[in-house]
Write a protein that binds this ligand. Structure first.
Ligand code: ADP
Ligand code: MG
Ligand code: MG
Length: 895
């Protein structure tokens, strides 16, 4: 078995085996870019190691062979006492997990070779600096010692020497630091730091394997839905040195701005630095423009490499690079993470640049990203108490209470507080807190810092590098000076607002307004090109939405119960209403009329109550049919159990008891109380509801049908084009539907005769019970359409009630992997999805013309939409705000 590949032998398609980092390093090598040579140990080796708990057979023999080739290539031997080759040992899984796993630099240094490195480079300070870094990284990563011990030693030394930065320490300081680090290693691990370079290498490789299973890596994978069993590859690579003085340095860069998507390179560079320094915020970085001043040839070489990478990958790339003594080295590239705004802008701009076509552009944006762009933002008129500005690292408008550590963030979020996590900088240990927080604010680091990268990945609002803020985590406060020079303190619990789109930080709660994308879709912006700075974004969004409309097969309808919602849905591109619920039409002031219906003691009273309801319902339908003129409107007959329209049992019982005591005997209240008791159910979800109501109280259904058809008749007379579809809920058996179908036919004939207009309409049913799904061939014989009520279908198939379970055992179910995501959020393909598949097939067998849709939350969920496309239903229906998301995802699903 081949466990190891030289960089030359890989390419970017082999991420499964070589990990993203290894595959892309190989790609750059093959493009002839300046990459330090090295080799990759496969993810297979990692999986084998983790399963067996031991080195896979032959692994380290193969490592030896490849190391030998590397030594030949470099003309130096690992850890050679005179002129040592040093290597880095770098993790790199298939999917990037920034900062989640381990990397060890400068492997091969020991007490002897450090002197060799000093002689060969002529720079003893640099050699010592490299050694102290190795001791620190090896100590924490391989030996598992606490990082604070090392940093505390470093801080104490800086304090004693009266300096602020690591670069201010001289060679003697660093030698002392090396000695105390060795002390820490000896004390902590019970053994001296391993002097044998090969032992260091082996230890580091195993440690990288094991870092796959650290709690923070596992948490990250769960967040990002990365499978647990992939394992990481390990890259062993010759070191190049950014810490070799002022003509050296280390940096990270993007080929375009990953926050806004604006064209033009973006990056951070740190002089005389190695590895993580640049993202860890140990010193403040400079921009790429500043690098051009410092080292023009390297800057030019960098820009050329970046331009080639973008052409080659045809996408935004992010890179890590090091300059050693005026020589540029590429250490990493990948297709870069980006904000939703940047995703849309880059996809659209790249069509114009001829890099990609419209289909590919559509494939590069997601419904989830569009949903985020539709979030509200801060009201520009109400931006008060601006106290600081940092980097706009991850967009959004977040308001919450300031907390200064992750444990508090988690605790407060659990009790329902929105919190903003305020840190000097974040580390992978802050992940829990970042997940819990609404927003993240840091005082150090740029758009490539840990906080920024992770926040963007999770969709949290983030402002980073707000340097005016002095974060004092120990005292749970932050101090700053505002523009007027006033000293201010933010205490734990104070409400602050952060704007991830502009980088602004406010004290207090800033009110939020709707997003520019929403205003555009609402038609409020006029010509998007001259709207404002967001014009580019709006152009990109509508362009990609239009393309999605052109390629999608699925129709998109909306769930809307009011004329307002119907109007909005239509502006957002809905092609009809897939679910208009009628129950709200029985609430408010009309509750009393429903009570009359329930309390009716004879047919006459019952008819009177229904007669009173009829004109009200009719008026509701006229407005909705008008808002959706020319498009289908699916109206669901009353669904919930009647007791939902009656007063609460306890309240009523108390009221009646009080009245009895006072001697005023209100007989209506007594009758109501009787009715409530009579209608009380143990399991209302499984009780007298849906089609069962229509069978028990036929007058109710007749009244509803009459209201719809009369309303449609009026629309026709007014020159409109109403297209009502009557939908019967909770059908389990064909007979139920036949009964209601008969009533509808009678009412339709009566209305046509009375009014002299024939009202075209469809009659269909919801499929939301397992029995309905498996007998769908029979049910379809008397249905024009099916609509999968996937909320109820999920409840009924799993046998649990959403209202009860989500807050009780769902988190355990997720922990145990019983499902990876709530089945109410994304359709459970194997179970509930199978019901949909079966019913679709059976229904079309007996009724090929059957029109099939999905209403319920899943209709607006990207993953579920992909599934519905696969199953071949005709349309999805979702809430008005999800309509653009569904259009986009339906387009993507059709690609
Ligand atoms: P991560 O996946 O966390 O980004 P990396 O493996 O990319 O970890 O290592 C982090 C940093 O270490 C790199 O960005 C680079 O600056 C530095 N580094 C890694 N390998 C080398 C090397 N061979 N020479 C110089 N620096 C290196
Ligand atoms: Mg990296
Ligand atoms: Mg239902």
């Amino acid at each position: 078995q081949t466990w190891v590949f030289d960089f030359e032998d890989g390419n970017k398609e082999r991420k499964d085996l070589l990990g993203g980092k290894g595959a892309n390093l190989a790609e750059m090598v093959n493009l002839g870019m300046p990459v330090p040579p090295g080799f990759t140990i496969t993810t297979e080796a990692c999986r084998a190691y983790l399963v067996a708990g031991d080195d896979p057979a032959g692994l380290f023999e193969q490592v030896d062979e490849h190391l030998w080739t590397l030594e030949q290539k470099m003309g130096r031997r690992l850890g050679d006492p005179d002129d040592p080759l040093l290597v880095s040992v770098r993790s790199g899984a298939k999917f990037s997990m920034p900062g989640m796993m381990e990397t060890v630099l400068n492997i091969g240094l020991n007490d002897v070779s450090v002197a060799g490195l000093a002689r060969a480079s002529g720079d003893e300070r640099f050699a010592m600096d490299s050694y102290r870094r190795l001791l620190h990284m090896y100590g924490t990563t391989v030996l598992g010692l606490p990082g604070e011990e090392f940093s505390a030693e470093m801080d104490a030394l800086k304090e004693r020497r009266g300096v602020r930065l690591d670069v201010d320490l001289d060679v003697d300081d660093l030698r002392a630091l090396v000695a105390s680090y060795q002390e820490i290693v000896l004390r902590g691990s019970g053994r001296p730091f391993p002097q044998e370079p090969r032992d260091q290498l082996t230890g580091a490789v195993r440690a990288v394997f094991e870092s796959w299973n650290t709690p923070r890596a596992m948490l990250y994978r769960r967040q990002e839905r990365i499978p647990e069993d992939l394992g990481t590859a390990v890259n062993v690579q010759a070191m190049v040195y950014g810490n070799r003085g002022s003509a050296s340095g280390s940096g990270v860069a993007f080929t375009r701005d990953p926050a806004s998507g604006a064209p033009g390179v973006y990056g951070d560079y740190l002089v005389n630095a190695q590895g993580e320094d640049v993202v860890a915020g140990v010193r403040n970085t400079v921009s790429l423009a500043d690098l051009a001043e410092l080292d023009r040839p390297s800057h030019e070489a960098l820009l050329e490499v970046m331009a080639r990478l973008e052409q080659h990958y045809r996408d935004l790339c992010d890179i890590e690079f090091t300059i050693e003594d005026g020589h540029l080295w590429m250490l990493q590239t990948r297709v870069g993470k980006r904000t939703p705004e940047a995703a849309f802008r880059i996809a659209s701009t790249m069509i114009d640049e001829g890099l990609i076509d419209a289909d590919e552009a559509l494939g590069r944006v997601t419904g989830a990203q569009l949903a985020r762009l539709m979030f509200p933002r801060f009201d520009p008129e109400a931006r008060r108490n601006l106290v600081a500005t940092g980097m706009n690292a991850s967009p959004g408008a977040a308001v919450g209470r300031a907390v200064f550590d992750s444990a508090t963030a988690v605790a407060w979020a659990e009790r329902g507080d929105a919190v903003i996590l305020v840190r000097k900088e974040t580390t992978p240990d802050d992940l829990h807190g970042m997940v819990a927080a609404t927003g993240i604010l840091t005082s150090r680091g740029g758009k490539t810092s840990h906080a920024a990268v992770v926040a963007r990945g999770m969709g949290r609002t983030c402002v980073c590098g707000a340097e005016a803020i002095h974060v004092d985590a120990e005292h749970r406060q932050a101090r700053l000076r505002n523009g007027n020079g006033d000293h201010l303190v933010i205490h734990e619990g104070d409400v602050i607002s952060i704007d991830g789109t502009t980088g602004e930080v406010f004290i207090g709660a800033v009110p939020v307004v709707s997003s520019v994308v929403v205003r555009h879709l609402e038609g409020e912006l006029g010509d998007p090109h001259d709207a404002d700075a967001h014009g580019e974004l709006v152009v990109a969004v509508s362009r990609l939405l239009n393309h999605a409309d052109a390629v999608r097969r699925l129709e998109v309808r909306a769930n809307a119960d009011t004329p307002d919602d119907a109007g909005r849905a239509r502006r957002f591109g809905a092609e009809g209403i897939g679910l208009c619920r009628t129950e709200h039409m029985f609430l408010g002031e009309r509750r009393e009329l429903v009570e009359n219906l329930i309390l009716a003691e004879n047919e006459e009273e019952r008819l009177a109550a229904l007669r009173a309801l009829l004109p009200l319902q009719r008026a509701d339908f006229i407005d909705i049919l008008e808002a959706m003129d020319g498009l289908p409107v699916t109206i669901r007959l009353i669904d919930p159990p009647l007791h939902e329209f009656l007063p609460d049992l306890t309240d009523l019982a108390v009221a009646v008891a009080l009245e009895d005591e006072r001697g005023n005997n209100d007989s209506r209240h007594h009758r109501l109380l009787d009715a409530v008791r009579r209608l009380h159910e143990q399991n209302p979800m499984l009780g007298l509801r849906g089609v069962r109501l229509g069978i028990m109280i036929p007058g109710l259904v007749r009244m509803q049908v009459r209201a719809v058809l009369e309303a449609a008749g009026e629309r026709i007379l007014a020159g409109g084009d109403p297209r009502p579809e009557l939908m019967v809920p909770l059908v389990a058996d064909e007979r139920e539907l036949e009964l209601v179908h008969g009533m509808i036919a009678e009412v339709a004939a009566a209305v046509a005769a009375e009014r002299g207009v024939e009202v075209g309409h469809l009659v269909g049913t919801m499929i939301e019970l397992p029995r309905a799904a498996v007998t769908a061939d029979r049910i379809a014989r008397c249905a024009d359409f099916f609509s999968f009520g996937t909320n109820d279908l999920t409840q009924m198939t799993w046998g649990f009630s959403r209202d009860d379970v989500e807050s009780s055992f769902f988190s355990e179910y997720l922990d145990h992997g019983i499902f990876a995501v709530s089945p109410f959020e994304s359709i459970d393909r194997e179970g509930v999805g199978e019901m949909v598949r079966i019913a679709t097939r059976l229904g079309r067998e007996t009724n090929p013309a059957l029109h099939i849709g999905v209403c319920g939350e899943h209709g607006g969920d990207p993953e579920s939409i992909e599934f519905f496309e696969e199953v071949g239903v005709d349309y999805v229906s979702c809430s008005p705000f999800r309509v653009p998301v569904a259009r986009l995802e339906a387009g993507r699903a059709a690609l």
